[in-house]
Design a protein around this ligand. Structure first.
Ligand SMILES: Cc1cc2nc3c(=O)[nH]c(=O)nc-3n(C[C@H](O)[C@H](O)[C@H](O)COP(=O)(O)OP(=O)(O)OC[C@H]3O[C@@H](n4cnc5c(N)ncnc54)[C@H](O)[C@@H]3O)c2cc1C
Length: 482
């Protein structure tokens, strides 16, 4: 089969583009090297839908950030995704930083950010009682929101698949060659795909992908790691808003971000590294994260930390997002340098790719059966008493509480496993259902999740992976009857 559009990568960028293309009558496929969508930067970031105060006026980042922020309100309804309209404060501690607040206030206005204002200490403290004592003024950014990033990407992909897009995971693209009608794309397992367009949305790997076909890649990816700690959801309410420091030459700085489910995320630092996929954390990095947080708030319950993690930003030498058709190969589209605010901008990036790059070259015919809506699964614990009764009568597995921290039942897990983008790894189940996302981080429930996955996919527990298709959790049986 020859595809019209082949998208490499199923992070937030690739999945949003897939959904956008599913509005049209075209054959589209998404190839992903991992065993699930959204396993890289899209699953390790600050989860903020930024207002747009930060990017340079006139840049693509500024335009797509503000547009993307507004589109999340639409996505909340269409894709039934979590969106927490909590706003943000950027804090200042002295006259110099107050000067920066003023500069960002003006920049936010120029970028079209709604509702920005500067508040004095008293006004700010009335709204956020745990602000650090030495905060003198804040920039109020009420249009800032928080989402659950991988769920947005998975929801967009599920919706795209429901509307006719194909998704192939465990398919690492290893070569791209131009042919008479477009491109031949090969994956590591030897599969060949023919396509008219290639859309390179491979995150930190975009340069590597581009080098498969381009003589001169017009950008260079300079990976930048950010480390985090995450506090247990029992700290919910400690702060209401996202707290930013004034930015420095390294970026937005170390933030405190109340999450949709009640946790508080603290981080990230910003360190250049050579590796595209080193997501380790370090004592030194986390010390910087803690010190940064103390400039934002007081009495931080650091002892409620349940996990540390890091993500890699796909920053590029181009500085701005690089979203252009190749100068060497017609139909090869770079969607590169998608670092922050890439999560926010993704829905607008998808529209930009389709409307400004593809549409001028192609007659796009509407997909008459396109349905913009996808429904999230309500966990048993969140159901009303009547709903619980109906659910339990239809499936007794709702009576088996698997994840005690996040209160996820076997019935919930099975429903999350079998959707149009299925979940066949432990991390895929965690991303969708939150089983393993709580205080014990899977210590008590992981073995049950493995058993459920094995049963649902007709595999042995030894074959169940955590993250990639080579991350088995169980290595061999220890109590085999001879
Ligand atoms: C520390 C940090 C904090 C951030 N905070 C925010 C924030 O608060 N708000 C915000 O708006 N943005 C934020 N961002 C930016 C945002 O997370 C990214 O811009 C966004 O997730 C990028 O998505 P993506 O789809 O382009 O890349 P990714 O999510 O990395 O996805 C790329 C995909 O391509 C796949 N792939 C790579 N090579 C191949 C291949 N050869 N074959 C097949 N598939 C391949 C990968 O496996 C991966 O799934 C942050 C980023 C980081 C790292």
């Amino acid at each position: 089969m020859r595809y019209d559009f082949l998208i490499i990568g199923s992070g937030i960028t690739g999945t949003m583009i897939a959904r956008e293309l599913s509005k049209y009558d075209a054959k589209t496929i998404v190839l992903e090297k991992e065993n699930d969508a959204a396993n890289h930067a899209t699953s390790a970031n600050s989860a903020i839908i930024h207002s747009g105060y930060d990017p340079d006026p006139g840049s693509l980042k500024a335009k797509l950030n503000v547009e993307g922020n507004l589109l999340y309100d639409v996505l909340e309804k269409e894709l039934d995704i979590p969106l927490y309209n909590n706003g943000a404060f950027m804090v200042a501690h002295d006259k110099d930083e107050e000067g920066l607040l003023q500069r960002y206030y003006e920049r936010a206005k120029t970028n079209g950010v709604p509702g920005v204002e500067i508040l004095d200490q008293q006004q700010a403290r009335a709204l956020e009682k745990n602000l650090a004592d030495d905060v003198t003024k804040v920039l109020n950014l009420p249009s800032t929101k928080v989402t659950y990033p991988w769920e947005v990407a998975i929801a967009a992909l599920e919706n795209a698949v429901d509307n006719g897009v194909s998704f192939a995971k465990n398919k690492q693209v290893v070569s791209i060659t131009a042919d008479n009608e477009g491109y031949t794309v090969k994956t590591e397992d030897g599969t060949t795909y023919h396509t008219r367009y290639v859309i390179n949305a491979a995150g930190a790997y975009t340069e590597k992908i581009a080098k498969m076909i381009e003589k001169k890649v017009p950008y260079h990816i300079t990976p930048r790691k950010g480390e985090y700690m995450i506090l247990d959801r029992r700290v919910a309410g400690f702060i209401q808003r996202t707290l930013y420091p004034t930015p420095d030459e390294k970026g937005k700085g170390i933030l405190m971000v109340p999450q949709y489910h009640g946790n508080i995320l603290i981080g990230p630092n910003s360190e250049h590294q050579a590796s595209l996929d080193d997501v380790s954390t370090s004592k030194g990095g986390l010390k910087i994260v803690k010190e940064g947080a103390l400039k934002l708030a007081k009495n931080i319950p650091f002892h409620k930390n349940i996990r540390t993690f890091s993500g890699v930003r796909a920053s590029s030498s181009h500085k701005d997002f690089y979203i252009k058709e190749s100068l060497e190969h017609s139909g090869f589209i770079h969607v590169a340098g998608i670092d922050s605010p890439g999560l926010t901008a993704a829905p607008a990036i998808a529209k930009y790719v389709v409307d400004t790059i593809i549409r001028p070259k192609e007659t796009l015919i509407d997909n008459k059966t396109f349905n913009p809506c996808r429904k999230a699964i309500t966990l048993y614990d969140d159901m009303s008493a009547e709903e619980k009764s109906v659910a339990f009568q239809s499936d007794a597995r709702y009576g088996n509480l698997v994840c005690k921290c996040e209160r996820v039942t076997e019935g919930d897990i099975v429903r999350h496993i079998h959707r149009s983008v299925n979940a066949d790894s432990v991390k895929a189940v965690k991303k969708r259902s939150r089983a393993g996302a709580g205080l014990c981080q899977g210590g008590y429930c992981e073995h049950q999740v493995i058993k459920i996955l094995a049963r649902e996919f007709g595999k042995t527990p030894l074959e169940i992976n955590y993250f990639s298709d080579q991350s088995n959790i169980l290595k061999n049986e220890t109590k085999v009857k001879k």
